[in-house]
Write a protein that binds this ligand. Structure first.
Ligand SMILES: [Zn+2]
Length: 486
């Protein structure tokens, strides 16, 4: 390298390269969008130097489970991401994505999770809009299975005709060719829940043929969780389509502990060669749309938003029902369309699932909610502060690998998720002694502490400053090549 080629040297810090090995003392040199040098760079000139003595320098985190599809348009600074060190996000999860838009007359409640912006006709149109808006972080997009049903089927609550099935498959192929990394299912929601095995396998075959993948919000995360996991494993097994089980959990006390069986099934499938991984968010409460049928079965339900009753955001359903003098189911019905947090998971079980060797971290953050689940602002820093520093569930190096190189490999994000010469300069600098989430159930939008600097493609995005460029890229999937450099 010629002297003076480096734009930036991040010097004096402890380097965790994302691949799981122990931290080491090393400076990191950035030239343009890439990492150009690693080692003792004290004698190397650079346009700018940042002193990170005593700090950890790691690859930027990859949030494998986002719902920020429309936020790149509506709130493009995405402060909830950059402030916790996230430099790439996978959007389009749980069967819902920014494209394709439903055909006239079709809709689905889960689409309300995304935001106010009208959906785009095609993933190609969505990506064109992202390029115009310039994403602040990198984005890999899945196309939602619910979108495909709503766009391709005249009656999306029915079974697809042969013609509709082939139209869905053609729409999926178009989305993949436009740059989507795969498709997602939301089998616990409608209309995705209407899908039978043959429909899902037809789509998974198309994805596999394109080197793409599929993620699944499985059909049931409670009493039927084991069968629901098996259903998704069977799709991966029969089609060869790489598969991710989203936000894996077992809800309701009577189902706590079932992850021992589901994880064993996942291990068996992996031993057979099924390409499957999973993710969690590090909290014992879940969040999605308000489902009135759950009102009597889960004791603690907190409202995150309500179209007819926005004043109820942040309140417990039981308090609302008491004030209205009705039962909780009736209150829930009156609040819909609405969103909710459900407290029905076991923290010990979440932590056990997290420790599985192919478990990643996905925030599942819902940035459109008035009173969101705190996972939106705190998932990654909560792992670092509470799961690593306080509980010592895994080493810091192992946790970083779960949030960087592992998702890069699973999603095929070439040159991401590691600090090595030639890799993209997605970098987070944090203080391992103080880093932690601050977002709580009561105050869910408090930013984390301990994250000091975040770079995306060599450009600073955090701390944010007025007029900063938005340097994110749209990421395509490069199967089997994620650990190699582009
Ligand atoms: Zn989901």
């Amino acid at each position: 390298m010629r002297q003076g080629d480096l734009d930036l040297i991040i010097e004096g810090g402890w380097l965790i390269d994302g691949l799981g090995g122990p931290r080491r003392r090393a400076d990191v040199g950035v030239a343009g969008e890439r990492i150009a040098a690693i080692g003792d760079l004290s004698a190397v000139p650079a346009r700018r130097r940042v002193d990170t003595a005593g700090r950890i320098v790691a690859p930027g985190f990859i949030d494998v489970h986002g719902h920020d599809d429309l936020m790149f348009v509506e709130k493009p600074d995405l402060a909830w991401k950059t402030s916790q060190g996230i430099t790439s996000v996978v959007v389009g999860n749980c069967g819902v994505s920014g494209a394709p838009a439903p055909q006239a007359g079709n809709t689905a409640a889960a689409l309300a999770l995304l935001g106010e912006t009208p959906l785009f006709d095609s993933m190609g149109d969505y990506f064109d809009e992202l390029r115009v808006r310039q994403p602040v972080i990198n984005v890999a997009a899945l196309v939602g299975h619910a979108n495909l049903r709503l766009a391709a089927m005249r009656d999306p609550t029915a079974q697809p005709t042969a013609e509709e099935q082939s139209l869905m498959q053609r729409m999926l192929a178009d989305a993949l060719e436009a740059g989507a990394v795969g498709f997602s299912t939301g089998l616990a929601y409608q209309p995705g829940g209407m899908a039978r095995q043959a429909e899902l396998e037809g789509l998974a075959h198309v994805a596999a043929a394109h080197g793409a993948m599929h993620t699944s919000h499985i059909r049931n995360e409670g009493d039927e969780v084991e069968a629901a996991v098996d259903e998704v494993l069977a799709i991966g097994r029969s089609t060869g389509c790489a598969t991710v089980l989203s936000h894996h959990k077992c809800m309701m006390p009577r189902n706590w502990g079932k992850s021992r069986a589901t994880l064993a099934n996942i291990d068996r499938a992996r031993a057979e060669g099924v390409d499957v991984a999973l993710d969690i968010y590090p909290y014992p409460g879940s969040s999605t749309i308000l489902i009135p049928e759950r009102a009597e079965t889960i004791d603690d339900i907190r409202i995150t938003w309500s179209t007819p009753h926005p004043e109820c955001s942040g309140e417990y359903l039981s308090d609302i029902a008491a004030r209205w003098g009705c039962d909780k189911t009736t209150a829930a019905e009156r609040l819909c369309p609405a969103g909710a947090i459900y407290f029905a998971m076991d923290e010990d079980e979440v932590r056990r699932i997290f420790q599985h060797e192919c478990c990643m971290v996905g925030s599942d953050g819902l940035p459109n909610d008035a009173h969101p689940h705190p996972r939106l602002w705190g998932s990654f820093t909560r792992v670092l502060g509470r799961y690593v520093r306080e509980a010592q569930l895994v080493t810091l190096e192992a946790a970083v690998a779960k949030m960087t190189s592992l998702p890069a490999r699973v999603f095929g994000l070439a040159g991401r998720g590691q600090l090595s010469v030639g890799a993209w300069a997605d970098i987070v600098v944090f203080d391992a002694d103080t880093v932690v989430d601050r977002a709580t159930w009561e105050e869910p939008t408090l930013a984390s502490i301990g994250v000091e600097q975040v770079l995306v493609n060599g450009r600073q995005v955090f701390p944010a400053a007025a007029g900063m460029p938005r340097p994110g890229k749209i990421l395509r999937r490069v199967p089997d090549a994620a650990q190699s450099l582009p």
